[in-house]
Design a protein around this ligand. Structure first.
Ligand code: ATP
Ligand code: AMO
Length: 471
């Protein structure tokens, strides 16, 4: 077979070497009947390819053929690496070298008009502002247009970066947990009742029986721990029939879930969260440099600050958080959940005071938590629970769970849950259940907030929200 070269690997050291690449034509600039420039793209990298009419190698027909290619066509380019004079700016190419083409084949020609242009879809706000100043008109590709044409939109460097980062987050989540002897599990997604309570559940008909799409693996991950697996994790789809259209809610997202036996205290779960997510953030920073750069070029963001000077992750209690808000003049509902605005404000206050964007808020009021949450020993108005925040927005919820059958039943009834629909879950605590706890993280939230993106849809390949079921 022939040897293929990756565009990202092209470098000045390869000067005068022959290479063969396959990529998509991003731009075509005919200069004359004798010269044409093509920018060829592979994932996050592009390279400029030059065809110049010359005896025996490139004919005028060849130049005409190159000039007539359509954007996004897939081509094979064979040529020689050259390092252009620095006075010759290689516009819109990420490589510092160009290819002097000797052979060009079209593998698959784009025959249709492009609904969006990759270069238009790749522009940053800064570019729009600068263009506006100089009176230039640039095409703005709106979010709906991008998402409607996602297959093309995904080809932008920033999107290649986002999904590269997403993949590495999952990779490291899995790798670290396996090192700690957690077993990966796969729980059913069609279940008999709602797992989190509330109205946000998709109902369906399961061969005549009423059923739901799992709002989380909560019930079955706990049942697995009752089944003798002391440490489990799952990466899988989570369905929420969200009513409101927000920047951070999807109707289907990827849940990163953990459930584990604990020996004494739910802080054991917090410790795991802190260690695991610091490892994930380190891993992404170390292994996704190009991806992060590509995201940064289109959506500039400050690197995430996730450690205190002593190397630990910040933990505050809910009451301490409320106190900070109160001091700043923010009113909150007594013993209530923080609304999005208060959460963001607290994120700002914490960042100013502790210089970190990552913290764990513990000991929430019991009435703000799902029925399976363990009340605090010393004050049952509070619970052994926590939320984790990145840049002032929630990425994780977790808690110690009630392991006593009677208290669990009582709490479920009190929270308005039809206990009949979860009777097999309740029954699994009968023989009896170990002390346990766990957490659930939203993968798209983690990626969105790590990268400082403004909308969760950017982190879902084909997002499902209250208004979108296609593509
Ligand atoms: P969890 O389910 O663990 O709370 P979540 O991040 O999905 O995770 P929600 O319960 O949906 O959180 O909401 C958290 C807070 O955000 C709530 O207190 C709610 O007031 C607020 N919130 C949710 N949706 C909206 C919205 N569309 N507009 C403003 N605030 C919202
Ligand atoms: P919770 O309901 O807080 O907890 O969900 C866990 C995490 O999932 C993410 N998340 C979402 N992401 C995108 N779109 C949504 N609509 C959405 N809703 C939630 C958030 C949230 O922190 N069973 C518990 C977890 C546990 O205690 O183990 C649960 O589901 O990042």
């Amino acid at each position: 077979g022939r040897t293929w070269t990756d565009v990202r690997e092209l470098s000045a050291e390869m000067k005068d070497k022959s290479v063969l690449i396959r990529g998509r034509v991003q731009t075509i600039r005919p200069m004359s009947k004798k010269i044409v420039f093509l920018v060829v793209r592979q994932k996050m990298s592009t390279v400029q390819c030059v065809l110049v009419v010359s005896k025996d190698i490139i004919s005028t027909q060849m130049v005409r053929f190159a000039a007539s290619l359509s954007k996004e066509s897939i081509v094979d380019v064979e040529g020689v690496i050259s390092v252009p004079d620095p006075k010759d700016p290689i516009k819109s190419a990420t490589q510092q070298v160009e290819i002097h083409v000797r052979k060009l084949y079209c593998v698959n020609r784009n025959m249709y008009n492009l609904p969006i242009n990759i270069e238009d879809a790749s522009r940053s706000e800064t570019e729009f502002k600068e263009a506006e100043k100089s009176g230039k008109q640039l095409v703005r590709v709106g979010q709906d247009t991008s998402l409607n044409n996602r297959v093309i939109d995904l080809r932008t460097a920033a999107n290649q970066g986002i999904f590269g980062v997403k993949s590495e987050v999952v990779n490291e989540f899995r790798r670290r947990l396996r090192l700690k002897k957690f077993v990966e599990i796969f729980t059913p997604k069609v279940i008999a009742g709602s797992s989190e309570g509330g109205a946000e559940v998709f109902k369906l008909d399961y061969k005549g029986q009423p059923a739901c799409l799992a709002q989380s693996p909560q019930l079955h991950k706990q049942m697995t721990v009752c089944g003798g697996f002391s440490r489990v994790f799952e990466v899988g789809p989570v369905f929420r029939a969200e009513n409101s259209y927000t920047h951070r809610h999807l109707c289907e997202f990827v849940g990163l879930d953990v459930e584990m036996e604990i020996m004494e205290h739910y802080y054991e779960v917090c410790d795991l969260v802190a260690e695991l997510f610091v490892a994930i953030f380190n891993h992404v920073n170390e292994n996704c440099r190009e991806e992060l750069e590509a995201i940064n070029r289109q959506y500039p963001f400050e690197p995430l600050k996730y450690l205190l000077p002593d190397g630990n992750v910040l933990r505050l209690t809910y009451d301490q958080g409320i106190e900070m808000l109160k001091e700043a003049g923010v009113k909150t509902e007594p013993m209530g959940d923080l609304n999005t605005e208060a959460e963001k404000k607290l994120g700002k206050l914490v960042s100013d005071k502790y210089n970190t964007d990552f913290y764990i808020l513990t000991r929430y009021p019991l009435n703000t938590r799902p029925f399976y949450t363990m009340p605090c020993h010393d004050n049952p108005d509070y619970s052994n629970s926590f939320d984790v925040f990145l840049r002032g927005e929630e990425i994780i919820s977790g808690a110690q769970r009630i392991h006593d059958l009677e208290i669990l039943t009582e709490r479920a009834e009190k929270c308005g849950i039809d206990v009949k629909t979860i009777s097999t879950y309740i029954d699994s605590f009968r023989h009896p259940a170990p002390l346990h706890g766990g957490f659930g993280a939203g993968l798209e939230r983690v990626v969105m907030l790590f990268c400082g993106l403004n909308n969760i849809r950017k982190c879902s390949l084909f997002p499902r929200d209250p208004q979108r079921l296609t593509p």
